[in-house]
Design a protein around this ligand. Sequence first.
Ligand code: FES
Ligand SMILES: [Fe+2]
Length: 377
Amino acid sequence: MPVPTAFARDQWYVAAYGSEVGGEEILARTVCGEPMALYRTPDGHAVALADRCVHRRYPLSEGTLEDGRLVCGYHGFTYDRAGACVSVPGQTRVPRTARVTSYPLAELDGFVWVWIGDPARADVSAVPRAPWLADPAWTVVRGMEPLNARYGLLVDNLLDLSHETFLHAGYIGTPEVAATPITTEADEERGIVRVSRHMDDAECPPFYADSTGLKGRVSRWQDIEYHAPCLYLLHSRIAPVGSVPGADGSDPDAFHTEVAYAITPSTETTTYDFWLVARDFAREDEGVSAFLHDFNRTVVLQDVTALDILERVTAEEEGRRVQELSIGIDAGGLAARRVLERMIARSAKRDEGAPAAGVPGAATAAVAVAPEAGAAR
Ligand code: FES
Ligand SMILES: [Fe+2]
């Protein structure tokens, strides 16, 4: 089963960080092949409209904002946040079909999530959560790197961290990562894959040694939770060898980082790689923040370089009979491929006969907005 290139529809995807949406700026992003223009109304609501004017298809992201309405930069068609055109130049009558898709949107945990699929199925309670990313008890560094590779390659990469030993040697990889077996479980119905690797006596890589002060051998746990298709969580624990959490969950000798990725397909061969590192230690230390930001970005860029290469060779081999050889370390990645294929097949089946998204005149989304407290900026 190759990595998928098709998109699972009827799913939530991260289009942006909340902090990227606001002010006079209109942000252009393409999610699952759908170009969208993101902006914020004066009352703080983030909006995502299809990024093509209904008139001559000029990108709305090239327009301007006036009192929370988006004015097309070409001839001035003006849209409200539900995507309805409220004025056109040269006439008072606005054609009934003058409207663009307004994507259902939820702003949670610092992310702007958009719903790709049938708006009637958008359920904000189904957005997977990562609460520590917007919790003042945690300090977060983050970034986003665009990837010239299909999203399935990034899913594969993140579900199998044995690559840390080789691709990230001297950064986050040590011999024990590749040497330690994993346990994997998949809840295919809910689209969740869990992969755990507990190293009880391992070298402490610079990423953790320099940020925590722990030196020498450590206990290092990696517990992955992938909420397909978009959200990847890595619960990471570093502690002195022999230290284990108490029965009540207390873990005073350990350092915890909550690493998150939002894996958002842009086109079939490009991806947004949103990455975040939240920590519960040295929370006020800006030196530690700068170190973790720069260090993690370097590690992400090592993946980006490798995955861009892999995309090139995968594309060259398209249509040829090529075979991969999977082993034990691939259990998580293979489970994720199965979960994704199932989601893709399900949504394709539901989509049969449904009108294409973004078509002018198609039913416009009932916008399910869940503005985050303090989101206005
Ligand atoms: S293309 Fe937008 S108003 Fe003409
Ligand atoms: Fe990596």
